[in-house]
Design a protein around this ligand. Structure first.
Ligand SMILES: Nc1ncnc2c1ncn2[C@@H]1O[C@H](COP(=O)(O)OP(=O)(O)OP(=O)(O)O)[C@@H](O)[C@H]1O
Length: 219
């Protein structure tokens, strides 16, 4: 899915200083893009806009030929459910549901029919040990929860995957293995990937990388 943005302007409150101002920016279909920048500079805000969670009516945001800025909140929710995978910084797993049910729920919400085999195949590919599949999400290690959050976003076969800094709590070896896994999965399925982090070292995994400060005209 190609994503293109024109005159993106966003502020949390009227008359407040804008958080984001991006004149023009495009992500080609299947590209992997890394955006880095310090804490508080608007990375999560940008992802929330592109996911259609935060409305951004004064901008032109086109995704796969459809204008996100012209959609109602309900249309954006439906569009997100069908086309966008979002891995949140805090994972947003349902703590009391087990891993398989967490993933199944994500597929149900997106109206994607998936079998137990589809789920276990993905869990295996993401190296989530079978011994924890029936455990409630809250009982997993942070690294395992990160993988489950990715599995939950991928199960609905999104066209566009947004990932908010999920590797910050992994050690270097685990982080590198996780990144390779994620990149391979996206490449194999032609998923457009936008990944944000404050950790510039992750740049090397991506085809394109850009600092938010150079993209965003608000300083
Ligand atoms: N709901 C909100 N209402 C008002 N201001 C907000 C809200 N959410 C974020 N902000 C402000 O917008 C700015 C950008 O925040 P954002 O969370 O997008 O930054 P970030 O780059 O993702 O930071 P981090 O790396 O710490 O997650 C910050 O100044 C923040 O305080």
């Amino acid at each position: 899915m190609t994503v293109s943005v024109k005159n993106l302007q966003f502020q949390y409150k009227a008359n407040a200083k804008p958080t984001l101002s991006i004149p023009e920016w495009q992500i080609p279909t299947g590209a992997s893009v890394f955006i880095y920048g310090p804490s508080g500079h608007g990375k999560s805000t940008l992802l929330n806009i592109l996911a259609g969670i935060l409305p951004c009516k004064q901008s032109e945001i086109e995704m796969g030929g459809q204008r996100l800025d012209k959609m109602s909140a309900r249309q954006r929710d439906r569009f997100r459910a069908r086309h966008i995978g979002y891995v949140f910084q805090q994972f947003n797993l349902i703590n009391y549901l087990n891993i398989i049910d967490n993933i199944k729920l994500a597929a149900d919400v997106a109206h994607k029919k998936v079998s137990r085999h589809d789920i276990t195949q993905l869990l295996t590919a993401l190296q989530i040990p079978e011994s924890v599949w029936q455990h409630p999400a809250a009982q997993l290690s942070i690294g395992q929860q990160q993988r489950v959050a990715i599995a939950r976003a991928l199960i609905k076969q999104p066209d566009f995957l947004l990932v908010d800094e999920p590797t910050s709590s992994l050690d270097k070896n685990n982080r590198d293995a996780f990144m390779q896994l994620l990149m391979r999965h996206c490449e194999d399925r032609d998923v457009t990937l936008l990944f944000v982090s404050h950790d510039e070292q992750l740049q090397r995994f991506f085809e394109h990388s850009v600092s938010l400060e150079s993209l965003n005209q608000v300083n």
